[in-house]
Design a protein around this ligand. Structure first.
Ligand code: SF4
Ligand code: SF4
Length: 300
């Protein structure tokens, strides 16, 4: 039976599409954006997180590990990922809940059961389910089955995507998806590669093709001072989308609330050059899009 790796199911979301929504976060992403606030979304496999503030250094996790993959030392608790077989014995052994796992396998029916619990809220608010990540399009066969099942039950589906996938993957879900929340980050190819790890050609191409296929699209633009909030990037972006029908443009100011998760995963957070744009700058960018006749909102 097909399964997908999900790292979070968030209920009562009001920023991931219209109405009240249940947002499913798929694990694994081909991009590694420098500002990513969900670093546990990037790897395609389950991962162990360790919270220093909850840990007493008791060593129960290390004793429970059948692989001798856990080391408790002066620098805290480290896990040898090469040795770890993700059996979760160390998580069960930790009475302080300092260890947790990111990523749970779900079948389509299990996710539908979760989604159905919130149906009254969708009906009242014209909401639905949002498939997010990570990158949804990276688990496309599962996503196509889930999106079709939702559609068959009359549940509205939105897909939040970075756009980095073959267009044939979009073709598999277009008929079942009511709204694409499509990220556009940086127009310069070299800078896109530098800050996300991938070039943007396929992302731009897919956006145009989705629009040509009459998909409903909300453009989502994360804005980071020092990375992509400059006039040139915004002008190039507007120039690119001006012939595309967009339902809305959402301008999303950078925040660092995911910073603590990098430490839990043993990852480095390189925040040196990143800042949220000032309110005045956000309003200037909003005006630039509005002058090009887009319906613009600051926030999701
Ligand atoms: S998940 Fe299992 S193998 Fe991995 S560190 Fe924990 S106890 Fe060891
Ligand atoms: S069992 Fe929990 S509290 Fe004890 S050392 Fe391991 S992570 Fe820390």
């Amino acid at each position: 039976m097909k399964t997908a790796l999900i790292f979070n199911i968030q209920k009562f979301c009001v920023h991931d599409g219209p109405g009240i929504r249940t947002t499913l976060f798929f694990k694994g992403c081909p991009l590694h954006c420098l500002w990513c606030h969900n670093p546990e979304s990037q790897a395609f496999a389950k991962q162990i997180l360790w919270t220093q503030e909850k840990c007493t250094g008791c060593g129960l996790c290390a004793r429970a590990c059948p692989q001798q993959a856990v080391h408790v030392g002066r620098r805290g608790v480290t896990t040898d990922c090469e040795q770890c077989v993700l059996c979760e014995a160390c998580i069960d052994a930790c009475i302080n809940n300092a260890r947790e796992i990111a990523g749970t396998e779900y079948t389509v029916s299990q996710l539908l059961a979760e989604i159905e619990k919130d149906r009254p809220f969708y009906d009242q608010s014209r909401g639905g389910v949002t498939l997010s990540g990570g990158e949804v399009m990276s688990q496309i066969d599962f996503v196509a089955e889930l999106a079709q099942a939702c559609k068959n039950r009359g549940i509205s589906v939105a897909v939040d995507t970075c756009g980095y996938a073959p267009f044939s993957s979009f073709e598999k879900i277009m008929d079942h998806v009511d709204l694409f929340l499509y990220d556009l980050k940086i127009m310069d190819t070299g800078l896109h590669l530098r800050y996300t790890g991938k070039d943007n050609a396929v992302i731009l191409d897919n956006l145009q093709k989705l629009a040509q296929n009459n998909a409903r699209i909300n453009l989502r633009v994360p804005l980071i001072e020092g990375v992509n909030a400059d006039d040139r990037n915004i002008r190039d972006m507007i120039d690119f989308v001006k012939t595309i029908h967009l339902e809305a443009v959402n301008l999303l100011p950078y925040h660092d609330i995911g910073k603590g998760k990098y430490a839990k995963l043993g990852m480095r957070y390189d925040e040196g050059q990143m800042l949220p744009p000032l309110e005045q700058r956000m309003n200037e960018i909003k005006t630039m899009f509005e002058k090009a006749n887009f319906n613009v909102k600051i926030g999701g």
